[in-house]
Design a protein around this ligand. Structure first.
Ligand SMILES: Cc1ncc(COP(=O)(O)O)c(C=O)c1O
Length: 477
């Protein structure tokens, strides 16, 4: 047997590279915990604090002591009725919320660009789905949240929806003015689940997008994405009275919750309360200043809120999270190559798309970090990132033959992607990142989808659901 530790070795090697982390997690390699003495103690003693439920450390599944207290503080911070720590990520919170809010056979409106965990929930909870059409900026290759028109269109096309699941903000950090719509949907009896994975910091400073934490019936926040918390740490906020949620959270949570993750969640909430407002003010000032400087170089363009105006229809109020850079390359250039260029220059971006990359900034970024971004763009030889990938995203939702849960147990076979036109997908096909399915289980594969899959393969980007140029289709002939 070989005495190898491949994963750990690679992890150490990556750490040795000392990349500037403009990606998740929000603790940015532990720097986020070094904000004060108690945070520093946490990092220094991390290895020793990985313990199990011993007296008097309370129990996440039956909180009566310090965990209960910490969760109550969390509810206060977000002005929610009830708050829970999640140690299995927002994914587990999305599942728990879907199981708690809906029963088998219920119909739900779901944003097409939702996260994989929501798609999993549709299958596991056996829900009927009516997708809300995505809004795409073809020019920039950027997805926007659905507008009111598409939400109400989906509502009009559904028969008896029990609820709606929305993502706020989307993967790019783009939000929209959705409060009135949510209130209206609640008034007509829909349950509202808000996947706010990328918005745990919202509302802490007025220059950030609004927090919807007290508006949704269930609101799920990936603390680990933007706050000083450990990976997998997330929050579930509940604003409806429903005793079922406790059961489902427990069902989707390990019985050995990590005290490291829980303590980091406690710290992240404390961080927001103590430093959030001022630290984000400083970050936004820095981010705006350097955005101008970088844009002046004329090589790449970091989106501004005013660039969203053309999509407003006078009503939807698209906003960009100022703690993110959506960096766009000129026409004819390639976002994936730009991500590789940044990585070769020790900058880790969050994700790439055909025309650009997304960088997640944080209050822990120094002036020096921004200078590094600036200089890396300054030194960019545009030749090295030329060649647009020309990946055209779909606008029309593929035709649905079966509900996702109906396909789940049907027989399937692998088929060359080029020969799949008109056949029904057994599995979702998801480029990662950003993790948005091109096709969902039960949908008919079109020519456009085949072309898109080919583009992802050619560009050597990870695409879940495709193996050796084959995908799984239903064997129903
Ligand atoms: C919009 C959205 N929802 C949910 C999730 C899942 O979050 P987690 O990784 O905390 O399970 C992600 C992760 O990327 C996401 O982007």
């Amino acid at each position: 047997m070989k005495k190898e530790v491949p994963l750990l070795k690679e992890l150490l090697k990556y750490n040795d590279e000392e990349n500037l982390l403009l990606s998740m997690p929000g603790n940015k390699g532990g720097i986020g915990f070094a904000r004060d003495e108690i945070g520093k103690k946490f990092v220094d003693r991390m290895g020793f604090l990985d313990i199990t439920e011993v007296d008097p450390l309370d129990n996440l599944h039956y909180p009566e002591g310090i965990i209960k207290e910490a969760q109550e503080l969390l509810a206060k911070t977000y002005k929610a009725k009830k708050a829970y720590f999640l140690v299995n990520g927002t994914s587990s919170g999305n599942l728990a919320a879907m199981f708690s809010a809906f029963d088998e056979g219920d119909e739900v409106l779901v944003e097409r660009n939702c996260h994989k965990s929501i798609y999993n929930g549709l299958i596991m909870r056996k829900l009927k789905v009516k997708y809300i059409e995505p809004i795409i900026d073809d020019e920039l290759g950027v997805f926007l949240p659905p507008d009111k028109e598409s939400i109400y269109k989906a509502l009009g096309q559904s028969s008896e929806p029990k609820g709606i699941i929305l993502t706020y903000p989307n993967y790019f950090g783009i939000t929209y003015d959705i409060e009135d719509t949510i209130c209206n949907l609640k008034e007509i009896g829909l349950k509202v689940i808000l996947d706010c994975a990328h918005g745990a910091h919202f509302g802490i400073n007025k220059r950030l997008p609004k927090s919807l934490a007290s508006l949704g019936d269930y609101v799920i926040l990936s603390a680990h994405k933007t706050l000083p918390a450990l990976t997998q740490g997330a929050y579930l906020l509940v604003n409806e009275d429903n005793s079922m949620i406790d059961f489902y959270i427990k069902s989707f949570t390990t019985t050995s919750p990590s005290y490291l993750i829980m303590a980091s969640l406690d710290y992240a909430r404390y961080y927001l309360d103590t430093y959030g407002k001022d630290d984000y003010e400083e970050l936004i000032n820095k981010s705006e200043k350097w955005k101008k400087k970088i844009n002046k170089l004329g090589k790449v363009y970091i989106l501004r809120e005013s660039d969203m105006d053309k999509h407003q229809n006078g009503m939807d109020g698209y906003k960009i999270d100022p703690s993110r850079y959506i960096v766009i390359l000129p026409k004819g250039y390639n976002g994936h190559k730009f991500l590789d260029y940044l990585r070769n220059n020790k900058i880790q971006a969050e994700m790439s798309f055909s025309r650009g990359v997304v960088l997640i900034l944080s209050p822990f970024n120094t002036e020096e970090d921004f200078k590094i971004i600036y200089e890396t763009v300054l030194n960019l030889d545009m030749k090295n990132v030329s060649g647009e990938t020309d990946i055209k995203y779909f606008r029309d939702i593929p035709v649905k033959r079966f509900e996702p849960y109906e396909v789940f147990r049907l027989k399937s076979k692998w088929c060359e992607i080029e020969r799949c036109e008109g056949l029904v997908a057994k599995e979702a096909i998801i480029p990662y990142p950003p993790g948005i399915p091109l096709v969902c289980p039960g949908e008919i594969i079109s020519k456009d989808i085949i072309a898109m899959v080919r583009d992802y393969i050619i560009n050597k980007k990870s695409i879940i659901g495709v193996k050796n140029n084959k995908i799984q289709i239903l064997d129903i002939s």
